[in-house]
Design a protein around this ligand. Structure first.
Ligand code: ARG
Length: 569
């Protein structure tokens, strides 16, 4: 497929004498101006000429662009418009033959991206906070894999640390084996909350001492009661988490909790000590980061136990060795920014050049708009909104809407599930990830808003047009000249690969979400303004091929975000 944008960049490069990579092309908001615009301000400043004059003087130098690309100097801009028939002839057959691979490619050239995502803590409910990591991480994974990166998805379960000493102590004191089997996470969660409360009131320090003893037993590495109980907690937790992962259609290449790096902890500490970057402070082993403007990174407490940071350091070293990654991405909330800055800084002090490739893909808070207002998620206060409940409720609400909107729908249950889950997922990916998100049912499920259901509904409508058409689209039988009046839908379709690439390069699925909303709006506009199925067979064939291109793009795009695209709804 011809890449018109690159042709324009190259022509501009020849005309201005600068490398194509340094040239900025914008996409005009108002497409009537053109498909691509070159702002002349920077060049004008260098040349000490008014921008409109630069635009006018560049235009004649671009005659080598060829007849398919129209060019007009408008004020300080050079605007380029690709001939619609030519664009259609290049683009629509290419979309069709790419199939599921449309918009992807090989520019990742097999470079490895380790994506650490979801990573909940065992024995606690998977909270809405972890939803964000799961959904964003899975989207980033798919976006990069689509372009030929070799992705390794790791669920770095929080399954190690002093809190599991507390958990075991609490279970030994008040646990109910029958409830552990029937209702594991809520039961464990209650025990944890209770322990936390009573520990706070316990002046004797007895409870804390018990918790420490259990954790020591766990860390000893021996096959003892602590380890057996801990293993049980892990299994029960994973069983719960897996139900949600399967609802979301998310999978991991490895489920490796913090405990996985147990055997790497001592060598990691030794390496840090040998490198001379550690020191002792009140009995604890730390890396002093004061000159980097950060609090110290604690590697080992005075009691000899390791910490979250120690395990992340060991994990990073191990992952570099095993996968030789190009980037190690950590999809974790913005509240852990300091932790990841420290992690990078310590790796840098070990003299590792790849410390720069350790990237914290951070995101904002999720708040649920409840009746009483907005409520922050916190598992410690025992007020967590459970993700499974949230998804089930979404499915229930969508089922109700579908029964009303489309009582004849063949498989309401499957569609309710796809749309209910898709609505929650898309809502999470719609805004720039660092923004805090408010979860409001009215907004999430609005079929006419900027939502997953709106995109899915648009997709289903395009499917229905193709289903009802008396002929199937066929590039060989298409007169592309008949698409000259197709408006902006064609150039927007052509931008899909770039939206995918940008979203992946910036670990920012919202770039693709925004693109898909724009695409859906234009696809809806197209069939509102143009009759697709009609008497004129040639016209119908051309328009059907365009509809098919839009449908395929929506489907592939939604798939990359982790949103299913049912054909009917
Ligand atoms: N378990 C942690 C939490 O829930 C997140 C872990 C993120 N991954 C990592 N490698 N630190 O806060």
């Amino acid at each position: 497929m011809r890449d018109f944008r690159t042709e324009i960049l190259q022509a501009l490069s020849r005309a201005t004498g600068r490398p194509p990579a340094s040239i900025v092309l914008e996409t005009p908001r108002d497409r009537a101006m053109g498909d691509h615009a070159f702002p002349c301000f920077a060049l004008a400043k260098e040349r000490r000429e008014p921008p409109p004059k630069v635009a006018a003087s560049l235009a004649p130098l671009l005659s080598d662009l060829g007849p398919a690309i129209g060019l007009r100097a408008t004020g300080p801009y050079l605007n380029f418009t690709v001939d619609r028939a030519t664009l259609a002839r290049e683009l629509l057959p290419a979309i069709r033959s790419a199939g599921e691979r449309w918009g992807g490619g090989q520019d990742g050239s097999g470079r490895c991206a380790v994506v650490d995502f979801s990573s909940p803590n065992i024995a606690k409910p998977l909270s809405v906070g972890h939803l964000r990591s799961t959904v964003i991480g899975a989207a980033v994974y798919r976006l990069l894999a689509h372009r030929g990166f070799r992705c390794v998805g790791i669920n770095h379960l929080g399954d190690w640390g002093a809190q599991y000493g507390r958990m075991i102590a609490a279970f030994k004191l008040w646990g109910d084996p029958a409830r552990l089997e029937s209702d594991p996470i809520p039961h464990l969660h209650e025990l944890y909350v209770r322990f936390h409360e009573e520990e706070g009131k316990d002046a004797s320090g007895k409870l804390s001492a018990q918790a420490r003893t259990w954790f020591k037993a766990l860390e000893s590495g021996e096959e003892n009661e602590a380890r057996a109980l801990w293993r049980r907690l892990t299994d029960l937790s994973l069983r719960e988490f897996d139900r949600i992962y399967s609802l979301l259609g998310v999978r991991f290449d490895f489920v490796r909790g913090e405990s996985h790096y147990e055997k790497d902890l001592a060598p990691t500490i030794e390496r840090l000590v040998a490198a001379g970057v550690t020191k002792r402070s009140e009995g604890a082993l730390i890396v002093d980061l004061e000159d980097a403007g950060m609090p110290p990174c604690i590697l080992q407490t005075a009691e000899g136990t390791t910490l979250y940071a120690t395990r992340d350091l060991a994990a990073a070293l191990q992952r570099k060795k095993e996968f030789d990654f190009w980037k190690a991405l950590y999809v974790v909330g913005a509240d852990q920014r300091l932790h990841f800055r420290q992690l990078r800084e310590v790796l840098k002090r070990l003299g590792l050049p790849w410390a720069e490739d350790v990237v914290h893909v951070d995101f904002g808070l999720m708040q649920i708009r409840a009746e009483e207002g907005v409520e922050k998620m916190s598992t410690r206060r025992g007020k967590a909104v459970h993700l499974e409940e949230l998804l089930r409720r979404s499915i229930d609400l969508v089922r109700g809407i579908l029964r009303e909107k489309n009582p004849d729908l063949a498989d309401t249950e499957a569609v309710a599930r796809a749309v209910g889950v898709g609505a929650v997922v898309f809502h999470d990916l719609k805004n720039a990830r660092v923004k805090d998100v408010v979860f409001d049912w009215k907004e999430v499920l609005n079929f006419d808003g900027e939502t997953g259901p709106y995109l899915q509904y648009t997709h289903a409508r395009l499917c229905s047009i193709l289903r009802k058409a008396p002929v199937a689209p066929d590039p060989a039988k298409t007169d592309f000249g008949l698409l000259a009046d197709a408006g902006d839908l064609l150039p927007v379709l052509a931008e899909f690969p770039r939206a995918v690439a940008e979203a992946g390069d910036r670990y920012e699925p919202s770039i693709l979400s925004t693109y898909l909303l724009d695409l859906a709006q234009r696809a809806n506009g197209f069939y509102r303004d143009h009759r697709v199925i009609g008497e004129d067979e040639a016209l119908m064939r051309a328009r059907l091929l365009l509809v098919e291109g839009a449908r395929a793009t929506l489907r592939v795009g939604l798939g990359l975000l982790g949103v299913a695209a049912p054909e009917e709804m």
